[in-house]
Every structure is written in C-alpha cells, then in structure tokens.
Design a protein around this ligand. Structure first.
Ligand SMILES: CC(C)(COP(=O)(O)OP(=O)(O)OC[C@H]1O[C@@H](n2cnc3c(N)ncnc32)[C@H](O)[C@@H]1OP(=O)(O)O)[C@@H](O)C(=O)NCCC(=O)NCCS
Length: 164
C-alpha cells in the first residue's frame, strides 16, 4: 500500500480526547453530515459513558473549533470503527486520513487484532479512505441501507503480528 495523502493542509490541527462539552457541537455536525442517521446529544452521552471500551478523539483547529472526530469500540481482539467524520468545510485536506491513522494507532495499542467497519457502497470518499489504510471488503450486505437500496460493504483490517 502506498502511504496515504500528505498532511500539508493540517497545520494548526491537533487531536484531543472527546469531552462532554463537545457533545452539542458533535450532534449539530452529525445533522449536517448524516441527516436521518445523525446521532443525538443523548446518543453521544451513551458513547462517552461507554469509555474506556468506547474511545473517541476530536480534531480541533487553531481557534479550538472542532473540525472532525472519530471513534472506536474496543472489544477484545475484534474492534469496530464507530465513526470517522470531518466537517464539510474541512474535508479534502487529509483530516480523514489523520483521524483514521490515530484510530489505528489506538487499536493496535489496545491489542486489537481485527478492526471492522460498515461503509455505504455509494460513499466514495469513505471507501477510498478505508482502502488506503488497508481495509478489505470481506462481505456485502445487499440493500442494507433504506431507503435507497444501498449495499453495505463490511470492511476489515487485520492489525499487527501474524494471523491465522
Ligand atoms: C469520509 C470522510 C471522513 C473523509 O474525510 P476527508 O478529510 O474529506 O478525507 P481526506 O482528505 O483525508 O481524504 C481521504 C481519501 O478520500 C478521497 N476523497 C475525499 N473526498 C472524496 C470524494 N468526494 N470522492 C472520492 N474520494 C474522495 C481522497 O482523495 C483521499 O484519498 P487519497 O488519499 O487516495 O487521495 C469525510 O468525507 C466525511 O466526513 N464524510 C461524511 C461522513 C462519512 O461519510 N463518514 C464515513 C462513514 S463510514
């Protein structure tokens, strides 16, 4: 795999842990990014309460504004990418790569061997992002997303060591 896009557009961006004071902002960003599938403030409280099994990071700009966020469910040897999301105005600058790189670092550090993610087949940016980080499609759930009859691609990345 060639290395993912550079991080030239990320000067001044830093990653930090998710905090409860972020939840209103995240719920608003979810509405912009996911509409009908958006997580509410209540959903985010659940995620935050699920730590340390749930593990979220946010990306902030120089002003402190949240530009993106990402998170994991770390359950034994198999984990799930819960979300990777970048605010519309900050997309296309390598922030998705930056966030996913951090999730992979955290997953490996926690001993995860296999990381899973369901991706809409019509989400070209997300597919590209995960493929660039070594995720393979291992199965397809036909017409999983309704309405729209959109397939779900189940993608997996094996992490660290030998597998067999
Ligand atoms: C998917 C998402 C996280 C990508 O974040 P981003 O910061 O825009 O992505 P990056 O700039 O890091 O680029 C990631 C890759 O996607 C590609 N990409 C970005 N936008 C794209 C688009 N509209 N169509 C096709 N590919 C695209 C980039 O070229 C890059 O691939 P490359 O390294 O081979 O060039 C972002 O678009 C997003 O938040 N989308 C809405 C929420 C979402 O769908 N999340 C994923 C759920 S599985």
């Amino acid at each position: 795999m060639s290395s993912p896009a550079g991080t030239a557009g990320l000067e001044g961006v830093r990653l930090r842990e998710l905090e409860w004071t972020d939840l209103e902002t995240l719920a608003a960003l979810e509405q912009e990014l996911f509409e009908g599938d958006a997580w509410s403030v209540e959903s985010w409280w659940h995620e935050l309460a699920g730590r340390p099994r749930r593990d979220y990071v946010v990306a902030v700009g120089e002003s402190g504004a949240i530009l993106g966020y990402a998170g994991l469910d770390l359950a034994g040897e198999t984990g799930d990418v819960m979300t990777v999301a970048v605010a519309p105005h900050a997309q296309g600058r390598g922030l998705g790569h930056h966030l996913l790189t951090e999730l992979l670092r955290r997953a490996e550090a926690s001993g995860i061997r296999s990381l899973l993610r369901e991706v809409r087949a019509d989400n070209a940016a997300a597919r590209k992002l995960y493929e660039r980080h070594g995720f393979d499609v291992i199965s397809v759930r036909r017409r999983y997303y309704q309405p729209g009859d959109v397939d779900a691609l189940v993608m997996r990345k094996l992490i660290g060591g030998t597998h067999g």
